[in-house]
Design a protein around this ligand. Structure first.
Ligand SMILES: Cc1ncc(COP(=O)(O)O)c(C=O)c1O
Length: 434
């Protein structure tokens, strides 16, 4: 191992050996997840947050079955936003009464699954959805998502200008619909944004969400059982960013628990639980020059590790670890992805040792909104493998695939494959409305 271990913290240094072995055994590009790191984040939350606060894992940050299983076994609940995530949560072993089903679209498939999970709680996104769900006769209880009426402190904001949830001034319309059937409303859901690193910002969000929920309780005249206050807990990605002060957040939450009672407080966290434990592994395949700097091309790219919602990771994240590069002076280097896309840049002007084709680079903090938020089909590369490691043990979560994989599920038009039907509708010339 030739990377400069003096610059690594102890956790990264011990992961580096395993990461290189994963890259050599299963190839790159690949994602690798440190299961101990995920468990550590759960323990961290347990140590600092009041015991009464329930934590849900937001599968949208990483819906790998194996990751979901580890979190279910760790005792957290699940926040899901599609039929696929709901099915994964069920399969992973989350207790149905600890599953929240949110998002602005509940597909027929999701509704059908909800019928077999009557204990799961639905988050209703709008007055319109409240009306649409009424005739479904679901046995599930529901919370109403409220649009924040306070400014967001998040990097990825969801404040008063966001498109989600019911604005406070539309609540009376919802109250009028409560008697007209539909799921019983037992509380509220507020999410004000993602990637908040300052404890003060997180506390402002949680307090704003609680106050909004208490006001909504009075307007609807319900006896609330649950307030899902969101979370948005951030993680440091690079220099100048510090760990969130969980102790300060936990202390504030203690007061909120008392104010919310008898309703219980729920938080939904994705990034915080899984981002720090994920690594994106790529191999250098060649050299280039870009904007006067030396650059390398790697076999991965932004189609597999999207810079989600403008975090500007290519400038702000720590440089990747060069797992098997020879020691040499560090120089500013660009790391270019494998797509024919000018913007496919994984890191810009980051300090790297001299790199050669075949060297493996490991991008840290890649466990959330990496593969699971990415445009994986672009350019027809197969999806990367996903490998878990747990101390000395490694396990394949998603098999490495060949290029043929992209044909899976497609039918040949010329070969006449796939269902063929004749349109039975009488053709009427549509009036153009645009
Ligand atoms: C409604 C909702 N809940 C939870 C999350 C998870 O946020 P994070 O990964 O920052 O914890 C998101 C992320 O966008 C979200 O939109």
């Amino acid at each position: 191992m030739n990377y400069d271990s003096s610059s690594l913290n102890a956790t990264d240094a011990s992961a580096a050996t395993t990461l290189l072995e994963i890259a050599r055994r299963w190839g790159t590009p690949a994602y690798a997840y440190d299961l101990r790191g995920i468990r550590r984040q759960v323990d961290n939350l347990r140590r600092h947050l009041p015991a009464e606060v329930e934590v849900l894992y937001s599968l949208k940050s990483n819906a790998s079955l194996g990751i979901a299983e580890v979190l279910a076994a760790g005792g957290v609940g699940a926040d899901v936003a599609s039929a696929g995530e709901l099915i994964t949560a069920e399969e992973a072993g989350f207790a149905p009464e600890r599953i929240f089903v949110a998002g602005p679209c509940k597909s027929p498939e999701a509704l059908s699954h909800l019928r077999s999970l009557p204990e799961a709680i639905i988050s209703i996104d709008s007055a319109s959805e409240l009306e649409l769900l009424a005739p479904e006769n679901l046995a599930n209880r529901a919370v109403l998502r409220l649009r924040p009426d306070f400014e967001s402190s998040a990097v990825v904001t969801a404040g008063p200008d966001s498109r989600f949830g019911v604005p406070l001034d539309e609540l009376s319309a919802c109250r009028d619909r409560l008697g007209a059937g539909g799921p019983a409303i037992v509380g509220f859901h507020v999410f004000a944004g993602s990637q908040v690193l300052e404890a003060e910002g997180v506390i402002r969000h949680l307090q704003g969400a609680l106050e909004l929920s208490l006001r909504a309780t009075d307007i609807l005249g319900i006896a609330p059982e649950v307030f899902n206050l969101g979370g948005g807990f951030g993680v440091p990605y690079g220099p100048g960013q510090n760990e969130l002060d969980l102790a300060e957040v936990g202390e504030a939450l203690q007061g909120f628990v008392e104010r919310a009672a008898p309703a219980r407080i729920v938080l939904e966290l994705g990034r915080f639980l899984v981002a720090p434990s994920g690594w994106y592994l790529t191999t250098v395949v060649g050299h280039q020059h870009y904007q006067g700097r030396s650059a390398v091309i790697v076999d991965g790219g932004t189609h597999q590790r999207i810079d989600f919602c403008g975090l500007d990771l290519r400038h702000k994240a720590d440089p990747p670890l060069a797992l098997d590069a020879s020691s040499s002076p560090l120089t500013p280097t660009d790391i270019l992805g494998c797509l024919s896309l000018p913007d496919d840049i994984l890191a810009e002007s980051c300090q790297m040792p001299a790199l050669q084709p075949g060297n493996v680079l490991a991008f840290a903090n890649a466990g959330a909104y990496g593969l699971w938020a990415a445009a994986t089909h672009f350019h027809g590369f197969p999806p990367p493998a996903e490998i878990a490691f747990d101390g000395e043990m490694m396990q394949v979560m998603r098999e490495p695939r060949s290029g043929r994989y992209i044909l899976d599920g497609q039918n040949s038009i010329l070969g006449g494959r796939g269902e063929i039907a004749e349109c039975t509708q009488t053709r009427i010339e549509p009036e153009c409305t645009r």
